[in-house]
Write a protein that binds this ligand. Sequence first.
Ligand SMILES: NC(=O)C1=CN([C@@H]2O[C@H](COP(=O)(O)OP(=O)(O)OC[C@H]3O[C@@H](n4cnc5c(N)ncnc54)[C@H](OP(=O)(O)O)[C@@H]3O)[C@@H](O)[C@H]2O)C=CC1
Ligand SMILES: N[C@@H](CC=O)C(=O)O
Length: 413
Amino acid sequence: MSVLKVAILGFGTVGEGVYTTIQSHAEELTAVLGKKVEVAAVLIKNKQKERNIRSEVLITSDYEEILQLPQLDLVVEAIVGKEPTFTFLQKAIKRGCHIITANKEMFANHGKELLKLADEYKVAVGFEATVGGGIPIIQTLRQLLKINRVQQVQGIVNGTSNFILTEMREKQQSFAAALKLAQENGYAEADPTNDVEGFDAFYKLMILSRIAFGEEPNWNDVEIEGITSITSELIEIAEKLGLRFKHIASASKIGSQVKGSVSPVLVSKSHPFYHVEGVENAINVHSDIVGRITLQGPGAGMFPTASAVIEDLVYVCQSRSSEANNSQTSQAASGQKKKRPNEFWLVHNLQKNYLNPLISWIDQVGEETFIINADKKDILQLANQNNPLLVYSIIDGYQSTNLNKPESLSVSL
Ligand SMILES: NC(=O)C1=CN([C@@H]2O[C@H](COP(=O)(O)OP(=O)(O)OC[C@H]3O[C@@H](n4cnc5c(N)ncnc54)[C@H](OP(=O)(O)O)[C@@H]3O)[C@@H](O)[C@H]2O)C=CC1
Ligand SMILES: N[C@@H](CC=O)C(=O)O
């Protein structure tokens, strides 16, 4: 029986999960592919660390040794950062290998170049694990997009942020304690800046946008905000109002343009993301024929991510390279530009006597914390004038009790 030889670059949470799953699901892989899948080599950085890897596998910190193996069919990349990973994968493609990556930062930055190069060398690229952990969102979008026109893709795509917000609310954990637990569980990156400052969600959004719309928003126009401004006090206020903070990345086709945003927002019980808790991710795709569909599942961690990589392994081996690499949609979405309705916002740190004819005051819900109704451009102006004002959109509307409407703010012009 022929053998598929695989190299795994990186042996941390994801790399080790992939290695273990190739052993534990060897029979299924052989049955589906008609060949045995064998890990030929593992690339690591620190040669001193103990690893649970079979003796016949080459373990090296020198990538050139892997490229010189007599047979190498597929390279799985599970390292952090744009380089040397991009260079490693270019070399793998030039060697004639299919590639699979879990590295969203690298893929958001260099995916286009890798896909082009892979087409040239007639090999396939798998990147299911770059977005949504174990959720098969990339394959679903590819399936969906043969005829449907996508209008919006919106999701909780950073497992660490959702985990931290849940721990802070449910267990009254501090931000720092919740983050530490996310790291111990293998959800957060070793340097968690990208997770908690919104950049990880941004990279994932750019990858999704390219598949959903065939293009990305202008990177510089996307507002990126993480969860570091959200205090236990704000979480408690929101909870009393029946609202929850969720960190949401969103891309929409408006007219001929794709717009994106990454920020914490508030959702009520009726919103599909309200009950998405812990490390779970959820992605909502709105398209013209099917309407709204939501996919939900574990968004980070060893085996959910390994699952995405293993499914990719089968996909890249079974598909022709041009098919696997087609990340553009068949259609450009044609969404008409709609007038954005007034939105509700929770604002914190606002002085009581602030009056503005474009803003309607709805409720006072805490000290210097108010619910207001305004258009986004006006609230952004307000945010600029009132540093360090914290502003969170309540994305599915707000039912006012009006019990706490402050007298001094009751002017609604
Ligand atoms: N953790 C998760 O849940 C998910 C992670 N991802 C992405 O997958 C990738 C891997 O993440 P994760 O496994 O968590 O990361 P880890 O930090 O757990 O592991 C990183 C691995 O890469 C190795 N490494 C780092 N630099 C180099 C280098 N220059 N040459 C060779 N090896 C190197 C490290 O080696 P050593 O062991 O010697 O230190 C380590 O084995 C990242 O891009 C991440 O964003 C995607 C989806 C989910
Ligand atoms: N650090 C990431 C891991 C998966 O992509 C996250 O928390 O979502």
